[in-house]
Design a protein around this ligand. Sequence first.
Ligand code: UDP
Length: 456
Amino acid sequence: MEKKAEKRRIVLVPFPLQGHITPMMQLGQALNLKGFSITVALGESNGISSSQHFPGFQFITIPESLPVSVSEMEAFGPVEFLLKLNNTIEASFKECISQLLIQQGNDIACIIYDDLLYFCEAAAKEFKIPSIIFSTTSATHKVCCCVLSKLNAEKFLIDMEDTDLQNKVVENLHPVSFKDLPIRGFGPLERFLVLCREISNKRSACGAIINTASCLESSSLTLMQQEFGIPVYPLGPLHITASTRSSLLEEDRSCIEWLNIQKPRSVIYISMGSIFEMETKEVSEVANGLGDSNQPFLWVIRPGSKPLPEEVSKMVSEKGFVVKWAPQKEVLAHPAVGGFWSHCGWNSTMESIAEGVPMICRPFDGEQKLNALYIESVWRIGILLQDEVERGEVERAVKRLIVDDEGAGMRERALVLKEKLNASVRSGGSSYDSLNELVNYLKTEQKNAKTSGSNY
Ligand code: UDP
């Protein structure tokens, strides 16, 4: 009888917010299908129900002193929160891994951790377990973090008073200029740069996985490879091949029935992702603009968000459909959807492109602004709305996207990218090949690389 190949275990350490959990679990599924056993290490406060959707995955708990949640992050500010989290959790994670090694008879092939959780590297180093960094943002964003990590905060702030310098393109990163570097929304620059240095430091990691595809940002991937000096595996978009459901909120599927009775490519889908929320004034302007556009719309208003202003609530329920949480990938794949009004989180961006849906970009923070810049100026599949928006501008943007020739051009380009993205994860595609390279590396060479001590 043929001997069954021994499974090797991979420990995944996701950052437990929606936009990070989803791609990490999708990666887990891809590696599981390649024959690896998956252990997911999560802090006690994670919102994910382990038994829920991941049959076959083992879950272990990292005792934590700082619960990870949006409210905690808001209380400390994201930068101080992450610096503190990484400082305080290192010892408990080492203890977790030490227990796991005893239970699993040393059979851990690799620790793959979210790049925000760089504390994992200390345990990997101590127990001589290969480690790989996982990034859930774009390669361009990673390169920007590397650029930022080399800056002096004081000098940079003085330089940025000069408009010529603001508009200067960052070397090899066209069209990103210095003013586009993703620093907004993170508090004092000096502390943010400290975090950038930590996140851009590969320490003893053997490689970096990133949820992007070379057809989207090949030159940024080359730069990332140069910056990190370790193999970079672009495996994205991981959601295309994954069947895991990792929603932390319950999806309201009634919107699919509503979409079924709308005209093809007529609906604007509005979602600001899992964390961000529009100001009440903007909600009002957007609602009125959508109403004036006469296009139907599907709007995600998450539980706990500010309710719709009274004066627009009736109109919204007549002309649109509101859900607390949508099955987003299914919505974007629906033939009735003609455009996505998005905050441009990286997952939402790739999910939209993978379905050929053009976008109206309304980013909040620096990383989302970078994605929006690519959507509007590089891939040319969307409209960026800047500064304050008012209803007339909203109406015009919707018409430009859904009704005008301009929008038809964007849709055409989005459909071309959709084909390329889907091809990248199919046999012979760049992400498909990258996954196989990673698997080969995990199965063979990696252990040697680590035990030889070359990384220390
Ligand atoms: N999402 C969803 N239903 C919704 C809104 C969002 O399933 O109603 C998912 C979306 O498909 C994406 C994730 O939540 O995978 C949001 O991630 P993204 O990186 O776009 O933004 P973040 O929430 O991290 O700001």
